[in-house]
Ligand binder design. Structure first.
Ligand code: AMP
Length: 658
């Protein structure tokens, strides 16, 4: 497929903010994508080069991109920077310079998507000495083969700043729409749209298609306009079934081999059929963690293929997320009683994969940190008897002198450590508190109730005190017992309590109410940094005043919600310093205007605040009063940033409390 075709769709997506319209556009793109390109297109349209589980990263910052544009278009870097400051987007800058370049002639061959992808893969594979130079050559090559329009989106993709607003929910619905039958029911078919009934207007698009129709609805159609139904029956292949028959043929909803439309009588039944198609796609995604794989499988093998998908040990899945409540009573009312209560350890989450002697450790943002934790690898080897499994736990640092837990910031050092790993491991020993299992010796346990998963976990763990243990748990429905357990957890140095529904399945990536957290400290928000200002006076040379953003769950876009300058220290030994923040962020600067910079969203921070206020100064419509940094959450991905709906909910609670 030609890259310029994808670019046409990027442009269409840019033009609308409507979720339904975006879904329609993406599904149209999927339908016309040749089978061999589906996996790549599914990633690219979401603004990624590689699926979430993949360890490949492009790792190119704006300064290298400026050099690549300069090389491809033969323009000076300072000219590029000047334009960039002016318009704020290096993609647009690349497009404009490419337009000016005289030798880009009309008969230049179109750039194939496969070439773009293969260069991105090569870039991700480069490491070590001179890798930056080699990366530069590979991007410049792409830019010189690209049309001006292509260049704009190649630059944005490489910088992880595509901005066409296709998040996972839109991709899921688009896959359902592209590869599965559309479901209609009586009221949607007979609805009047102007003078005509919907059915009449649909007829032209349905010509020659296969339709599964419930007998009742065919009767209703036949009793209507005789001529219309006669031509409809002649021009289409119509398979008439009763309702039970339709439900049984759901595997026949696969568009390319079965029906393109399904007509049923009842609205609820129609809605449920639609939902079940979307659910099948979603559940397949939970297992594969890759919409490329899901899209291709939906095309090739429909519902059967998707529901037969198996988890792969060594390919991380998203973790199930917890909702927050304020009181024990509220926690019980969400998860039901009795519930499993567990200590909420204050460390970082590990998803541990074991296949024989091969053990890999992933963070909650699915980064491979195996090399940083040789101690944990050996605990798992000694303490877990299963041949193959995926288990999860919270890993906490231990103070060797006092035996107490260490603060999160201390162990987060171990995640980033590249050298002296053994030494740091002995200085900051950790204990893994295992709390869940999702795969065991060939069996996926995602749908197994929590209580049974927990006993599966117990059955394979031989505890090693202070190294590898199963999370402390109490099953109860009694608020008093819970209160005591909560106090016990806090005095042991933990963050609070988790409440878990005993019957609940494991839902990867979801913040469903199967798991609840209760913490005594003030409400915080997990936000992402999207901008900053260069400091003045004693802070000059450092980034200060950080622009915070929450996430719009529909489009995946980031919406600003305030500026934060407090909670960050002048010196590193007392906490996170301005220097630490500057080092972490400066490679991710997208553009600069005077002393303000835009930063590619990647660094997640936990922020405390006094109050949430309505505000027209920020794109979220809200502003945080006195935001203060409490933690740098470098174990979290941007898809875990709190959503606008959470901000709205907190704002509402605030008002209720008066
Ligand atoms: P929060 O980090 O505040 O969103 O709370 C949820 C996190 O608590 C999870 O992602 C885990 O990293 C952590 N956690 C600590 N103890 C447990 C536990 N017993 N069960 C589940 N998660 C836990």
């Amino acid at each position: 497929m030609e890259y310029c075709l994808l670019v046409d769709y990027y442009r269409k997506l840019e033009e609308t903010s409507l979720k339904t319209e975006k879904t329609r556009i993406v599904s149209e793109l999927l339908v016309l994508t040749p089978r061999e390109d589906i996996e790549v297109i599914a990633q690219l349209v979401m603004g990624r080069a590689f699926p979430l589980w993949s360890e490949e990263v492009i790792g190119i910052a704006s300064n290298l991109m400026i050099k690549a544009i300069s090389k491809a278009d033969g323009v000076r870097e300072d000219e590029i920077i000047a334009k960039w400051k002016d318009c704020g987007d290096l993609g647009t800058v690349a497009e404009e310079f490419a337009k000016k370049k005289s030798q880009r002639l009309l008969f230049q061959k179109a750039l194939p998507v496969s070439k773009v992808y293969s260069n991105l893969q090569k870039i991700a594979g480069l490491e070590g000495r001179r890798s930056q130079e080699k990366k530069l050559v590979l991007i410049a090559e792409l830019l010189s083969l690209a049309s001006p329009g292509d260049a704009r989106f190649i630059v944005r993709t490489v910088l992880s700043d595509l901005r066409v607003g296709v998040a996972e929910g839109i991709m899921r619905d688009a896959i359902a729409k592209a590869y599965f039958a559309d479901v209609y029911w009586k009221s949607t078919l007979f609805q009047k749209n102007g003078k005509k009934k919907r059915f009449e207007t649909l007829l032209s698009t349905m010509k020659g298609k296969t339709i599964i129709a419930e007998d009742k609805i065919m009767d209703a159609l036949r009793s209507g306009d005789g001529e219309i139904i006669e031509s409809f029956e002649k021009e289409n292949t119509i398979i008439v079934k009763d309702l039970e028959g339709i439900k049984k043929t759901s595997s026949f909803f696969q568009k390319n081999i079965g029906a393109e439309y399904v007509f049923v009588d009842d609205a609820d039944i129609g809605n449920n059929l639609k939902k079940s198609i979307v659910n099948t796609v979603e559940e397949a995604y939970e297992i594969a963690n890759d919409y490329g794989i899901v899209a291709k499988l939906a095309l090739d093998a429909g519902e059967k293929g998707l529901s037969g998908l198996k988890m792969n040990v060594m390919r991380p899945i998203k973790v199930m997320l917890a909702r927050k409540v304020e009181t024990i009573a509220e926690a019980f009312s969400v998860v039901g009683t009795p519930a499993a209560l567990e200590y909420k350890y204050d460390g970082f989450r590990m998803q541990i994969h074991k296949k024989g002697d091969d053990i890999r450790i992933y963070t909650r943002r699915l980064e491979n940190v195996t090399d940083q934790f040789p101690d944990v690898v050996s605990y798992v080897r000694d303490g877990i008897s299963a041949k193959e499994c995926i288990v999860e736990g919270e890993t906490v640092g231990l103070d060797t002198v006092t035996g107490n837990y260490l603060a999160f910031q201390k162990i987060s050092k171990r995640i980033r450590r590249k050298y002296d790993i053994k030494k740091t491991a002995s200085e900051i020993p950790v204990v893994v508190n295992l709390f869940d299992i999702s795969y065991l010796d060939g069996k996926m346990l995602l749908k197994m109730p929590f209580l049974q998963r927990r006993s599966s976990l117990r059955s394979i763990v031989k505890e090693i005190p202070n190294k590898l243990v199963v999370a402390k748990q109490k099953i109860t429905d009694d608020v008093k017992v819970a209160d005591k357990f909560y106090a016990e957890s806090l005095s042991a140095g933990n963050e609070g309590l988790m409440f878990k529904n005993l019957e609940a399945p494991y839902k990867p990536g979801s913040r469903v109410g199967h798991m609840i957290k209760l913490k005594p400290i003030m409400e915080t928000l997990d936000l992402v940094i999207v901008g900053a200002e260069w400091g003045k006076g004693k802070r000059s040379g450092w980034l200060s005043s950080f622009v915070l953003a929450c996430r719009d769950e529909e489009t995946g876009n980031f919406l600003t919600i305030g500026k934060m300058g407090t909670g960050i220290k002048e010196k590193s030994d007392t906490g996170v310093s301005f220097d630490d923040m500057t080092k972490a962020l400066s490679d991710h600067i997208l553009r600069e205007k005077k002393n303000a910079v835009d930063i590619a969203p990647f660094l997640v921070v936990e922020v405390a605040y006094e109050e949430i206020q309505k505000s027209s100064n920020y794109s979220s419509g809200y502003a945080l009063r006195f935001p203060r940094l409490t933690k740098v959450r470098d174990d979290r991905g941007v898809d875990e940033v709190d959503c606008l709906s959470r901000v709205e909910e907190l704002f509402g609670c605030q008002r209720m409390r008066g």
